[in-house]
Design a protein around this ligand. Structure first.
Ligand code: GDP
Length: 445
């Protein structure tokens, strides 16, 4: 899900990346493209309008940050606003001070409530809770049986009506389950309620009656993310009919556009609390608006990285280095050393690299980074005179052996560093000239 949205947005940003400075016309064009991308992904029209105007206003009022170039700043604004649409802060379950905590699930038939009940129970067990599942869906044939299977899979008990005892009255079953939980020391009760194929008055009344009977701490509205704008309409109907506290999006593993589901938090004003992305018990997670936004923008944790860079990097120094790469002065080992030292101030290299988009593919290699190797490189450069650092071409045999001795390494280590540096510089120069500028807001040309 969200693949098309991701692709479209990443194209928009790619187009921007080659520009060093953005005009108002650039910003307008970018907003138009983002708007189309959101609408194509089925994001609710009113949400799109609000989003675009907020982003645009902030873009026009941009103060040029020294550490970020304009494109990075726009990406950051888009990300901030996207997090806002998705509900802002991560919203955790509010556990009752007087157990049991009661969680009631509501939603249309087929939304994934019963499946979710099992996932939620299994997740709660991992958090050292003792959950009880309650079968208050007595409408659908075999709904009780299905919940029992789910409960077995999750290793959680199911409270279901006994034959001849309150059969057919889900409100009574729900009420009894709370008493049962209290006596048997279950600390969380998850009540699965009946859904219908469409919203109807009888269904709403039943859900409202159950709600009144069990006085839930959380009413979760469960919705299939693949049903498009109906997700928003159904959410509105349930919110008006019974009221709910949070949303659970299911079937995020589907290939639909999903933007409608992402609009619910903003339209209804209720947070998305969990997301389900498959039929297995583990295909489920707490919903983090910030992580979802980064995922949609296809950026790994690159925003954290940008924030850290902003805090750590000396913008003037970065600019000087970038200008050197662009040929105004030659980039030397001294520049390399100071860049590396700045980078290391942000934390261990493996952690920094791990935050880059696509880092997951290289996890093994990143974990293998040996910080001692980097210490060795620093030691070698430190053993050089400033003149040598500036111009490696003067490094003859006797200089190299003196440096090796000073750094406590072999001459071959010095040779390897110098060769790699010369190669890397060639590549960076090529990149710098094709990009027209690097980081630090250095204008193109
Ligand atoms: P309920 O009527 O709301 O209780 O819905 P169910 O829990 O019975 O789910 C309806 C169907 O959707 C079942 O076939 C589930 O296996 C499936 N389902 C539920 N959640 C997900 C999900 O996150 N991804 C996928 N692919 N299927 C799901």
């Amino acid at each position: 899900m969200f693949d098309t949205l991701q692709d479209r947005l990443s194209d928009v940003f790619k187009g921007l990346r080659s520009k060093g400075r953005l005009t108002e016309a650039d910003i307008d064009a970018t907003m138009r493209e983002i708007r189309i991308a959101l609408l194509e992904a089925d994001v609710n029209l009113s949400v799109v309008k609000g989003f675009i105007s907020a982003v645009k206003e902030r873009c026009l009022g941009l103060e040029l940050s020294k550490a970020l170039n304009p494109t990075q700043q726009i990406i950051k604004i888009v990300d901030d606003e996207l997090v806002g649409i998705l509900g802002g802060e991560t919203r955790n379950v509010r556990f009752s001070k007087r157990p049991p905590t009661v969680i009631m699930l509501a939603g249309l038939q087929g939304a994934g409530k019963t499946t979710l009940a099992g996932k939620l129970a299994s997740w709660l067990r991992e958090q050292k809770h003792a959950p009880l599942l309650v079968a208050a869906d007595l409408q659908r044939p075999n709904a009780v049986g299905q919940l029992q299977i789910v409960g077995e899979r999750a290793g959680v008990h199911v409270f279901a009506p006994q034959p001849g005892n309150g059969v057919g009255d889900p409100v009574q079953v729900a009420r009894d389950s709370i008493e049962h939980a209290r006596r048997r020391l279950y600390d969380v009760v998850i009540v699965d309620t009946a859904g219908r194929l469409g919203v109807d008055a009888e269904l709403m009344q039943q859900a409202a009656d159950i709600k009144e009977a069990v006085n839930p701490d959380e009413v979760l509205f469960v919705v299939d993310a693949m049903i498009g704008q109906d997700a928003v309409n159904t959410a509105r109907a349930f919110n008006e009919g019974i009221g709910f506290d949070g949303v659970v999006l299911t079937k995020l593993d589907g290939d639909a556009r999903g933007g409608a589901a992402l609009s619910i938090a903003r339209v209804i004003g209720k947070p998305i609390m969990f997301a389900s992305n498959g039929e297995g018990l583990k295909d489920f997670d707490v919903f983090h608006p910030d992580r979802m936004a980064s995922r949609i923008l296809g950026m790994g944790d690159v925003l954290t990285l940008i924030e850290q860079a902003e805090k750590t990097f000396d913008a003037d120094q970065s600019r000087a280095a970038a200008e050197k790469l662009m040929g105004k002065n030659k980039f030397g080992l001294q520049d390399f050393l100071s860049q590396m030292q700045q980078l290391r101030k942000m934390g261990p290299l493996s952690k920094i690299l791990g935050m880059l988009p696509g880092a997951g593919q290289f996890k093994g290699a990143i974990d293998d980074i040996d910080e001692r190797e980097i210490d060795r490189i620093e030691a070698i450069i430190n053993s050089m005179t400033l003149k040598e650092r500036d111009d490696v071409s003067i490094l003859n045999g006797s200089r190299r052996s003196r440096i090796a001795k000073g750094a406590g390494v072999q001459v071959s280590d010095v040779n390897q560093l110098v060769n790699r540096f010369v190669e890397a510089r060639k590549m960076m120069e090529k990149m710098a000239s094709s990009m027209g500028g690097m980081g630090g807001g250095v204008p193109a040309g």
